[in-house]
Design a binder for this molecule. Sequence first.
Ligand code: ADP
Length: 408
Amino acid sequence: MADSIPNKGSHKESAEASQRLVGLLREQITDIQNLGALIRPRFKAIADQFYDHIDSFPELRRIIGANTTVDRLKLTFEMYLGRLFAGTYDETYQSHRTQVGLTHARVQLPLKYYLSMFGHLEVLIARELKPHFESRPLQDWIDASTTLSKVIRYDQLLAVDSYVEAYTISLQEERRAADQARKSKTLFLAKVSHELRTPLSSILGYTELILDRSGEISETTRKHLGVLNRNASNLLSMINGLIDIGRADSERWVTAPSLKAPASLIDDMALNAEGLIGRRPIEVHREATADLQKPVRLDFAKLRQIMLNLVSNACKYTSAGSITIAGHTEGGFLIFKVSDTGIGIPEAERATVFDEFYRASNQDSEKTEGHGLGLTLVKTLVEHLGGTIEIEGNQPRGTVFIVRVPFS
Ligand code: ADP
């Protein structure tokens, strides 16, 4: 995932291309070299003046630090002026400027300060050049300052480019770290869950075995074993949920597409909903557009798991009214909606309900069993299929989940 971020910075151009970029004509390269020759003896003075300016920017002073560092920076700056007036602007020049830009970005010098430094530099250079043009026609001075502006603008462009590259790199690093942390967590959960499942299954097996011996145990023991059994099953279902999420999260979990008409999934889900509702006064509606009768290629096993979780939630959190399972296609995407007239999800919690173990504040944990893992699994599976899931806002009542997955 991390590697999918395009590396926007450091587009290396040929020297000609960069000259074109800032509108430098070939003869202006010679001009810039000539301008450099005029003020070469003053490079040190320019560097001194440039860094004297630092104290008017406390932020800059804080980043740059002690005076000894400034002395070293002045020397580097003189070398930069040499390169600036050499007029090559080739890949080596660009790489060098990019490195300098990256260093500024790394020490977190705000881009606005870095860019404004070029403006200041332009003024200092112009001030040194001006006396050389006093006895020459005004047009010469206009041409010289225009050329200088173009060159300075080019360096500003490279500065922005290197900041973009620095942001991209740090974004990639953050993503990589987050990805690594998520993988470690998933692996840990998967391992612990597997370790817990075996002894738990054995506890469940034995309690059921004892409960089956109706005549041999007292009513009190039966009651206690019943509680034990319920809690153990509850724990087992949570552990199974964690194992499912771990598996869905793992890269090894491959997609297995099959050819099917999506309408059949809607029928399947409607039947499941009717079974789950039992005797509650809830109507089940199915809405499939005609295009859903056409077979499409998709990992239907995963899609079924997604839909089944949404439909069982709709049944779990609705006491009366209706549940609607609808679907249609739109530009290469299958879109499914699972709507209910149940308790709804508070607006502020609509993003959080996808987090592991999160249960919304408006539901009664005593009455509705659950571990807050279903939607985490759903989101992981939807993303695995390259799709998205959202909860429709502004519902007067109930909840609407919308799943969009691409198909071929
Ligand atoms: P749970 O096992 O708690 O149902 P889920 O991850 O499936 O776990 O859902 C997380 C929380 O989102 C639920 O506890 C519930 O508060 C809320 N939720 C999910 N679906 C619905 C729904 N259709 N209506 C109302 N609340 C819902």
